[in-house]
Design a binder for this molecule. Structure first.
Ligand SMILES: [Zn+2]
Length: 259
């Protein structure tokens, strides 16, 4: 079995939703990732990510303020975010970005926060984890105005149109596109069409656990041990073997996150 990394998961949410501890999940995982990135989406999640990354050598952390928390964002969170980003196990700034699916009424505030976090992540020299949902036009115009060239960016849990994927890939050669269990959903024809367009060296695998478990586990809590299953679905779309896909994505993870 190839080694693999789950580049995006939320273990705190997994523990809350399932009432199962990470320790117990880890013990029962049949196939284990070589590493995983715990993504903290709001200041109230920062400490958990830090503690987990200190406790387990294979857990790394990303820190950011997700657009769903835009209303509780305060100016003092900026310094807090910066202080977590210098932790030795902090591998990325994010997730942050725009979400007009759930937050259509806060577009303006979301755009301001997106620009602010882009600036912080770039300034700290950290790869960026972007959450861009149903906000293709604004996402592209903000990214076009930011000095992102040669800066590793993971556009996580891609759910956009094929045209959006193409436009993102054109912005910079350091943009990677992440696919979750959604790639296996029956109604995700659009996502598979987008994945077809993404060059092999720009793909990343992620679960976004506990959300978005792949078929046949759809609706159940996802965990990092499901990466090989997601890889199987994505490999089919890309017309290569699962082993080839896992090994390519393992290398892409190194390029993007330096782990
Ligand atoms: Zn996430």
């Amino acid at each position: 079995m190839n080694s693999f990394v789950d580049t995006h998961c939320h273990l705190d949410t997994y523990e809350e939703q399932t009432q199962e501890s990470f320790e117990s999940l880890w013990a029962k995982m049949e196939v284990k990732p070589e590493a995983m990135i715990q993504v903290a989406c709001d200041p109230h999640e920062f400490e958990y990510a830090k503690i987990m990354s200190e406790k387990y050598d294979f857990i790394y952390a990303a820190y950011g303020v997700h657009p769903q928390y835009v209303d509780s964002y305060r100016p003092e969170h900026e310094e807090l975010l910066k202080s977590y980003l210098v932790h030795p196990k902090a591998v990325a700034c994010g997730e942050f970005g725009l979400d007009y699916h759930y937050g259509a009424e806060s577009k303006e505030a979301q755009c301001l926060l997106f620009e602010k976090e882009l600036e912080i992540g770039l300034q700290k020299g950290k790869p960026l984890v972007l959450h861009l949902r149903e906000a293709e036009k604004d996402s592209l115009s903000i990214l076009r105005n930011a000095p992102i060239q040669n800066h590793p960016i993971h556009v996580h849990c891609f759910t956009g149109t094929p045209a959006f994927a193409e436009a993102l890939l054109k912005l910079s050669s350091s943009i990677y596109i992440g696919f979750t269990g959604i790639i296996s959903f029956k109604n995700a024809e659009n996502v598979r069409a987008a994945a077809k367009l993404v060059p092999l060296e720009r793909l990343l695998l992620e679960t976004d656990a506990p959300y978005l478990a792949p078929v046949p586990f759809r609706g159940k809590p996802a965990h990092s041990g499901m990466i090989p299953l997601i890889a199987e679905h994505l490999a089919q779309v890309k017309n290569i073997t699962k082993e080839e896909l896992l090994s390519l994505c393992r290398e892409n993870t190194r390029q993007c996150y330096h782990i």
